[in-house]
Design a protein around this ligand. Structure first.
Ligand code: MBD
Ligand code: FE
Length: 309
């Protein structure tokens, strides 16, 4: 019945017209993609005998996603952003690119132009009870050669899982910095150990996740863009080991190579050397970048971002 109805001439005619295939103007690729997506949705409606009430509730849902600005959140939760990563991975594999720190999703919460500091930075600006985290490492190429003057753009949540700018209770740029690696490719920063993130409980993303029997939690993580002239931009994150959602991330971003050891340091000398008077946690993590190549698409992703306002 499905095939027969969709292939009847009024519907075939409608599909061709709605995608502008009978018109000379417009963009051919857009026409093809729109025809495919709308056709697939027609087929879904037919196959599941979707009721008008169900259809109109889906239209309201899309509007709510727009009004609440949860588009980036929803696509992460539905695995689209991870799917794009898997496609990048496969293209690199087919082109013979090996090694390098694995990529994982950017997510919807990066803000452009965080304060840039050389070599080291302190990210936490707002006092809150938290474990101090000292993170450090080196940026290298895939052969192990250090990359001086690379930019490590880092952003993460506070102990409540909130990100500055999106969470108005935090000061601007809290837990966000760009750090330029030194002459040996090294970077380091002082910050606080973040907590995991949970989607807004009353938003449309959570509404769908609940209908799917899913949760909207991410394990505690720290985001990075690592870039340098002549190298492929790396978009990645590290996860904090021990988190209950470590292997149950609603956004599917955890990768085994991105779970560094976290050591708690209670040595009084180490505390004093770090300018602290209480124990702290330490993470060492090196980034390995691929050299620029025209064998695979560029990893710089153009997407809309929230303004720093
Ligand atoms: C986040 O912090 C995040 O990284 C993703 C992918 C989605 C929502 C919040
Ligand atoms: Fe995040």
């Amino acid at each position: 019945m499905l095939d027969t109805l969709l292939k009847t001439s009024p519907i075939a005619d409608l599909m061709s017209k709605l995608a502008g295939l009978d018109q000379p103007g417009g963009d051919p690729r857009t026409k093809q993609i729109v025809q495919r997506i709308v056709g697939d949705l027609f087929q879904t409606i037919e196959e599941f005998d979707v009721t008008p009430a169900e259809f109109w509730s889906a239209v309201s849902y899309i509007s709510e996603v727009g009004q609440t600005n949860e588009g980036g959140l929803l696509v992460a939760g539905l695995g689209f952003e991870h799917f794009l990563d898997l496609r990048f991975d496969e293209k690199e594999r087919l082109a013979g690119l090996e090694g390098g720190t694995p990529r994982t999703i950017e997510g919807p919460l990066w803000i452009a132009d965080a304060p840039l500091e050389k070599g080291s930075a302190r990210l936490d600006q707002d006092p809150e009870p938290a474990d101090v985290l000292l993170m450090h490492g080196q940026v290298r190429d895939v052969d192990g050669t250090p990359v001086p003057h690379a930019v490590v753009d880092v952003w993460h949540a506070n102990t409540k899982g909130g990100y500055s700018f999106f969470d108005r209770s935090q000061s601007p740029w809290n837990l966000r910095r760009q750090i330029e690696t030194d002459a040996e490719g090294k970077y380091k920063f002082r910050t606080i150990l973040p907590a995991g993130y949970g989607v807004p409980p009353d938003g449309p993303t959570n509404k769908l996740l609940k209908a799917l029997g899913r949760h909207g939690n991410r394990p505690a993580h720290i985001h990075f863009f690592v870039s340098a002239p002549g190298y492929r931009k790396l978009t990645t994150q590290i996860n904090i080991a021990g988190d209950e959602y470590l292997h149950d991330d609603f956004a599917f971003a955890t990768r085994d190579e991105l779970i560094p050891g976290v050591t708690r340091n209670e040595n009084p000398d180490a505390m004093r050397d770090a300018g602290l008077n209480s124990p702290f946690v330490e993470i060492e993590f090196d980034f390995a970048l691929h050299h620029e190549t025209d064998k695979v698409p560029d990893t710089v992703v153009i997407r809309a971002h929230a303004p720093a306002a």
